[in-house]
Design a protein around this ligand. Structure first.
Ligand code: APR
Ligand code: PHB
Length: 389
């Protein structure tokens, strides 16, 4: 088999890149380890920056997102019963959109099927080779048979547990990591969201987040110890803990119901440098992970895709390597800014097991400063709605 760009991983990064490249006539093959049903059943965050929305539109996949996505002009932060609304619109002139990553992936798959571009599912033993040669090679197995693809470039979009990153020789790779001493227990419930905007809550009992998918589907989280087992969390226990962490007026109007999904996710900050190696370019979770506070995972993947798409489009139209040579530096410059923001928001809003009473006071002072200072609010809002590409 031969293609111009071989994309490893059929998550949002790989699929979005494939759609964008299609708009400029560049052909791709997507290799995905899981089945399509498996990929489409994953529940992830759902807050889209303007940059992400624009990329979906540019890729010709924005119609359902525009029709069904919910525009959010602000978000609420709380510290106990102290509240602060961050007004994105007034502070930055911009907004975010709530539209689940599951829906994004669904729309991207439908578009890819529509153009008849090849996506090979349940591939195994992917190996990337010849990255320093005029053509790269990707070998893999499907249904027990060995296959080989020759291509100009490989896009490593295979997430944190993928193979692409490890193709960069270990002595040339540097990994930066911070593991947080807690996880997020999340539930999905068919109940109306407690508020029309998201609530990021810090409290004496730790962090909670009230989010949503649509007017009758809520997504709620609480910070929990990493040693907790999701099986030990009954719905009643979740609701009672969640209510104790959000502001009391919100707790009073909260509608509870049975959970339709419940899981615990660890929190991690991670960056791999470099993000390119010969003909290989890493994008999204394959190169970096953020803790979910601030919803930057999918959005940071999107900025990588933007830079790589522009570079490949330039290469195929103008025969110039300039964009590809600059990809790593440009992508990492933005990645580190979103790392800083996600880390900062995580620190502002969570209880750390080793936190002293001094640390707690500093955290409350940081919240009080935000409440009293519009410049600090604007800094938060500017990062939340998304830094420019
Ligand atoms: N070969 C082929 N595919 C693979 C391999 C492999 N060896 N390893 C992993 N994959 C697939 C996974 O099954 C998954 O479908 O690569 C895909 C990677 O998708 P994601 O993990 O979703 O990563 P990405 O597309 O970069 O999406 C960005 O932002 O909100 C965050 O973590 C969230 O998924 C989200 C991410
Ligand atoms: C979500 O809706 O799942 C969500 C929203 C905002 C976050 C994280 C997750 O910061």
């Amino acid at each position: 088999m031969r293609t111009q760009v071989c994309i490893i991983g059929g998550g949002p990064s790989g699929l979005l890149l494939g759609q964008l490249l299609h708009t400029v006539g560049v052909d791709t093959i997507v290799l995905e380890r899981q089945s399509k049903d498996h990929v489409l059943s994953r529940i992830r965050a759902g807050v889209l920056e303007r940059g992400f929305q624009n990329l979906m539109i540019q890729a010709g996949v924005g119609d359902r997102m525009i029709a069904e996505g919910i525009i959010h002009d602000g978000t609420l932060l709380s510290n106990g019963d102290e509240k602060l609304r961050i007004d994105f619109k007034a502070l930055t002139g911009s907004h975010v959109m709530v539209y689940g990553q599951t829906e994004v992936t669904h729309d991207l798959y439908a578009a890819r099927d529509n153009i008849g571009a090849p996506t090979l599912h349940q591939v195994e033993h992917v190996e990337i080779d010849n990255l320093d040669q005029p053509q790269a090679t990707v070998r893999f197995q499907q249904n027990g048979e060995q296959h080989e693809i020759t291509c100009d470039y490989v896009a490593g979009c295979d997430g944190f547990h993928g193979v692409s990153r490890t193709t960069i020789p270990v002595e040339k790779r540097r990994e930066f990591e911070k593991v947080y001493p807690f996880g997020w227990l999340g539930i999905l419930s068919e109940t109306p969201p407690v508020d029309h905007e998201l609530i990021y809550a810090n409290s004496e009992r730790g962090f909670a987040l009230a989010s949503m998918r649509n007017p009758n589907l809520s997504r709620y989280y609480i910070q929990c110890p990493l040693s907790d087992d999701v099986k030990d969390w009954s719905d009643d226990a979740f609701w009672s803990e969640f209510k104790s962490r959000i502001p009391s007026d919100a707790a009073e109007r909260l509608v509870t119901g049975p959970s339709i999904e419940k899981s615990i996710a660890p929190l991690r900050s991670f960056v791999c440098e470099p993000m390119s190696w010969g003909r290989l370019f890493l994008c999204g979770d394959a190169a970096h992970i953020v803790p979910p506070t601030g919803a930057k995972g999918l959005n940071t993947a999107a900025s990588d895709i933007h830079y790589l798409f522009e570079a490949l489009a330039e290469k195929y139209s103008e025969r110039s390597d300039a964009g590809l040579n600059a990809y790593c530096e440009k992508a990492l410059a933005r990645v580190w800014k979103t790392q800083r923001f996600s880390w900062w928001m995580t620190n502002l809003l969570h209880h750390f097991p080793d936190q002293t009473s001094f640390d707690r006071r500093v955290q409350s002072a940081e919240f009080a400063f935000l409440q009293s200072n519009e410049d600090a609010q604007r800094a938060l809002a500017t990062n939340y709605v998304g830094l420019p590409y």
